[in-house]
Design a protein around this ligand. Structure first.
Ligand code: FCB
Length: 464
């Protein structure tokens, strides 16, 4: 990024608007679906039943706050910062009237990052949809493609002169197939991800297509407008492994899980089509889905400039005849120590994943756009002005090592972004799942560096 793409490896950190900004009603912002989920439907934290919202989050909308946060980024030695825009700040109703104050905020933030020597990487959509659009059918409506393109064009016109890297969407699969059904379930008063039904899987297939189509069309729009920077997508990639090695039904289940979780979007991005298994499984659940093939030429014509890899853990998959799609995943962890929130700690699978992308998808430019971990309170204790988090520090350094080994093997890896710089609002789980390399006291907004901050700082200082 920042001019000399080939030479500079980008060390960064990633965040998302709803998880950090707060200021949910400031400066003319409209409501997003997450404002509504957390404030009105009372999405509660599983287990404790406590209500948590992103109304204040870690106060990152506040300029005095973020300027001091940028100082911490500089101390860490970051070269870039990945963040998302809240669509409802820019277009309070999702379409139509532009809220100048919202756009000005992001423009100023970009200037402040650049002034500090940090390259901004802007995610256009990281899950917070204007509620006004949700009310018009959200991503189920094909109109969503046009809504998104219009929003993206407004952002492009204002920021593209200074932002060299855009991500259209963050993690289609997780938002549509896990979070949305979980919110739906939580609105009914409980929140068991295992309870996602076959009908819910079927309902999300068209929205998934609308994201991929909106992304492709937007990439085309950026190119047609003469944009010189790079545009990509960030996918949640997880190698799927048969839970019982050698059991043919688990091997088949892992294959289908791979098609749905990983190859659906990877094939869309780099092969311009969806896997046959996806077409078969989802056309069966939603007959309208079969017609999406007509849009494949649009996907094929607008290949992204890079792939963003969000990697946390591999997924172990088991055949389960009673489950939707006949598989279960995520419940099994062969090495539960240490028990990370997002699954087994297995950095070697990051290397394998990157090599697979190199071999199966024509070695596209890749950024690791998210990688990190949380282990709960047992991994976090204050000592002499620092928070000791040895498990996170170890997780980060081993994953970076694995990523750099893949790079040495020819993977076109351009950068690494830790998730996350700060503890923040972790969607369905609220504030109890800390992922930051900087501790945040959510009452006082005080920031305290963790051991993992020092580890990452040393890695960056050493360089690649
Ligand atoms: C990813 C999300 C990100 C954060 C991390 C922990 O799936 O993209 O917003 O919640 O998980």
């Amino acid at each position: 990024m920042a001019g000399n793409k080939e030479k500079t490896f980008l060390w960064g950190a990633a965040s998302a608007a709803y998880q950090v900004e707060g200021a949910w009603q400031a400066d003319g912002k409209g409501l997003s679906n997450w404002d509504v989920y957390t404030n009105l439907y009372r999405v509660t934290e599983p287990g404790t039943g406590r209500q948590q919202t992103g109304n204040v989050a870690i106060n990152a909308y506040d300029r005095a706050q973020y300027l001091s946060d940028i100082q911490l980024m500089r101390e860490l030695g970051l070269g870039g910062y990945r963040f998302s825009l809240a669509w409802s700040r820019i277009l309070p109703e999702g379409t139509g009237r532009v809220n100048a104050a919202g756009l000005d905020h992001y423009s100023r933030f970009v200037d402040d990052l650049l002034e500090a020597g940090l390259a901004p990487m802007v995610t256009l959509f990281h899950w917070d949809m204007p509620q006004a659009l949700e009310d018009r059918g959200g991503w189920s409506s094909r109109d969503s493609v046009g809504w998104f393109r219009d929003y993206a064009a407004i952002v492009r016109e204002r920021l593209a002169d200074r932002v060299e890297s855009f991500i259209t969407f963050n993690e289609p699969f997780i938002d549509l197939f896990l979070i949305e059904p979980m919110v739906e379930i939580a609105r009914g008063g409980f929140g068991d991800p295992g309870a996602i039904t076959d009908a819910q899987w079927g309902r999300q297939a068209l929205p998934m297509h609308h994201w991929m189509l909106a992304s492709a069309e937007t990439i085309g729009d950026f190119r047609a407008a003469g944009y010189k920077g790079e545009v990509g997508l960030a996918l949640p990639l997880m190698p799927t492994l048969p839970e019982r090695e050698g059991a043919p039904e688990d091997v088949a289940a892992a294959g289908l899980a791979d098609a749905v979780i990983n190859r659906w979007c990877l094939d869309a991005m780099f092969k311009g089509r969806y896997p046959d298994e996806v077409m078969a499984e989802f056309s069966r659940r939603d007959p309208q889905f079969a017609a999406v093939e007509a849009d494949f030429p649009i996907l094929a014509a607008n290949r992204p400039d890079f792939l963003g890899v969000n990697f946390y853990a591999p997924a172990f998959v088991r055949h389960a005849a009673e489950a939707p799609l006949d598989f279960r995943w995520g419940a099994y962890n062969p090495d539960p120590k240490p028990q990370a929130f997002n699954g087994p700690v297995k950095p070697e699978y990051l290397k394998l994943l990157l090599e697979r992308i190199r071999d199966d998808y024509g070695n596209p430019p890749v950024y690791i756009t998210e990688n990190g971990a949380g282990f709960g309170d047992s991994d976090e204790r204050f000592e002499r002005g620092l928070v000791l988090d040895p498990l996170r520090a170890d997780y980060i350094s081993r994953h970076i090592e694995a990523a750099l080994a893949a790079r040495a093997g020819g993977v076109d890896l351009r950068g690494y972004m830790v998730w996350s710089l700060f503890d923040n609002f972790e969607w369905m789980q609220g504030y109890d799942r800390r992922f930051g390399i900087i501790h945040v006291d959510f009452e006082t907004q005080k920031r305290t560096r963790k051991q993992s901050f020092e580890t990452y700082r040393e890695i960056i200082a050493k360089g690649v």
